[in-house]
Design a protein around this ligand. Structure first.
Ligand SMILES: Nc1ncnc2c1ncn2[C@@H]1O[C@H](COP(=O)(O)OP(=O)(O)OP(=O)(O)O)[C@@H](O)[C@H]1O
Ligand SMILES: [Mg+2]
Length: 480
């Protein structure tokens, strides 16, 4: 990684802050930082310094406006007014990465140190190691990714990855190991804590000596030894039995353990990364997770956002998976795009990946992915409102035509009544009793009505009523 600081944009909050922004910009330029004033029409750079003599409401508005358009915002305030801590927390919540007070020379050094660290992290995030594996540029995802990169590359601490199922915890654990800068780093050893059987877990973690128990025909190395000088990934650490939690604590603290059936202490040094889709705080309160282990592990915790909190990543992830399955990139019909963007993904990225592969299986030819490629059960449900709307439209059209033909209210009403009687009798296969039930009228009324219709030459269809015919009983209403 280079020692070069990030170039940055600079924005004075209002005209009165221009002089301070000028001093900050000139100081940074002397230190080799490329600084550009932000102006309309210019692409917002990855890092922006927002400069203001005091930290008041307009700074908050400026940060809020820029937060979605640039990667990081550093607020630089004049030394005159010391802001209350609440305003500083609000600025951070709004998207600022940090808030510094400008005291001159020394502050310039602080700004440049941050710009260097951020450049290093962003170069990794934008580099092939990450970009080829992990798709996503949404604010929520980038925030988690940057934090992971920083912990992996600039510390030797352990890490807990928390997140719902399918949010990418395993992928991130592998990236964590990959980015670890330890000299002579060895392997990543994965232990799935959901499969740990308490009675066998000793051997699984510590290994055993030959003859330590029935069936121990030869000595075996456990996960702690295999992870020496490498990384131990405890997947679903929330499932780890309490007894194992205590054992794990000792190994993490002292780096020593004994094989099952041996009295010799052995040493191991590994970096630990754990994943969980449980709320570890809730597990603590329920007494299912040890407080001392929690404090050891959770110093660095990265929450991976569910897909519903990073909707901007849905389409890029889908096209990534689709081209992976199809072996080439494919265009998408707009209706398919709309369906993918609107769908819920309770299983998060895994869910989306499965959808892409089911669509890829159905797709043939070089053309775009069309709505017919979407499996039937994935097609958007046409809610009853849509069906109702279309039948309502047909009905409106028929009545509109009757009006245009000069037919009046009574005639149209009778015609609709006739149609209802005819259809109900037809649907009931001529059974007047069940047709009457359907229509919500008495049998007698329907019999009378049918007798009159039989008396007329052919019965009548909608629109065929004679305006002078008033001899029939009132057409039945839809409900009694
Ligand atoms: N950002 C991403 N870019 C590309 N693929 C991703 C991304 N995140 C997750 N995936 C893919 O989604 C699937 C699920 O990811 P992963 O197994 O890492 O999730 P998980 O959080 O460990 O899930 P679980 O809790 O169910 O074990 C994998 O196929 C993974 O390759
Ligand atoms: Mg997993």
């Amino acid at each position: 990684m280079g020692d070069e600081p990030h170039s940055c944009g600079i924005q004075a909050v209002d005209a009165a802050d221009g002089a301070l922004a000028g001093r900050v910009g000139a100081d940074l330029a002397r230190r080799g930082v490329l600084v550009n004033e932000l102006s309309a029409g210019i692409l917002v750079p990855q890092v922006v310094l927002v400069v203001s003599a005091d930290l008041a409401e307009p700074v908050l508005t400026t940060v809020d406006r820029l937060a979605d358009r640039c990667g990081r915002i550093l607020v630089v305030a004049g030394g005159g007014g010391i802001a209350g801590s609440e305003m500083i927390w609000r600025l951070l919540a709004c998207g600022a990465s940090d808030v510094l007070t400008w005291w001159g020379e020394e502050s310039g050094t602080s700004v440049v140190s941050r710009l260097r660290r951020w450049k290093d992290i962003d170069d990794t995030v934008d580099g092939p190691d990450v970009r080829d594996q992990l798709v996503g540029r949404s604010r929520a995802w980038l925030g988690a990714l940057r934090r992971l990169v920083e912990i992996a590359s600039f510390t030797t601490s352990s890490l807990v990855l928390a997140g719902e199922s399918g949010t990418g915890k395993e992928l991130m654990a592998r990236l964590f190991h990959h980015l670890d800068r330890r000299e002579g780093k060895r392997d990543l050893i994965v232990v799935d804590c959901t499969t740990i059987v308490p009675t066998l877990s000793g051997s699984e973690f510590f290994g055993h000596e030959r003859g330590a128990f029935t069936g121990a025909l030869s000595a075996r190395e456990g996960a702690f030894a295999a992870a020496d000088k490498g990384t131990l990934f405890l997947d679903e650490v929330g499932e780890l039995p309490m007894t194992m939690q205590a054992e794990l604590l000792r190994v993490i603290q002292e780096g020593t353990y004994k094989r099952v059936g041996s009295d010799n202490w052995r040493s191991t040094r590994f970096r630990l990364v754990c994943a969980t889709n449980r709320d570890l705080m809730a597990e603590l309160s329920a007494g299912r997770f040890r407080l001392d282990l929690f404090h050891r592990l959770a110093a660095n915790m990265v929450h991976l956002p569910p897909l519903r909190e990073r909707r901007a990543d849905v389409l890029p992830l889908f096209t990534h998976f689709l081209s992976g399955e199809a072996g080439t990139s494919l265009d998408l019909h707009p209706a398919v795009v709309e369906m993918i963007e609107r769908r819920d993904y309770p299983g998060n990225v895994r869910d989306l990946r499965q959808l892409a592969s089911r669509i890829a299986v159905r797709h043939v030819g070089p053309g775009p992915v069309t709505p017919g490629d979407v499996p039937t059960e994935e097609r958007p449900a046409l809610g009853p409102s849509l069906v109702e709307q279309s039948s309502d439209r047909l009905f409106d059209r028929a009545v509109g035509t009757a009006l245009q033909e000069g037919r009046g209210y009574r005639e149209i009403r009778d015609s609709v009544g006739d149609a209802a009687v005819r259809l109900a009798v037809e649907q009931a296969d001529g059974n007047l009793q069940s047709a009457a039930l359907r229509l919500g009228v008495t049998d007698r009324m329907l019999q009378q009505r049918c007798a009159v219709d039989r008396g007329n030459e052919n019965g009548r269809l909608i629109g065929s009523a004679s305006p002078t015919d008033r001899s029939r009983p009132e057409a039945p209403r839809s409900s009694p």
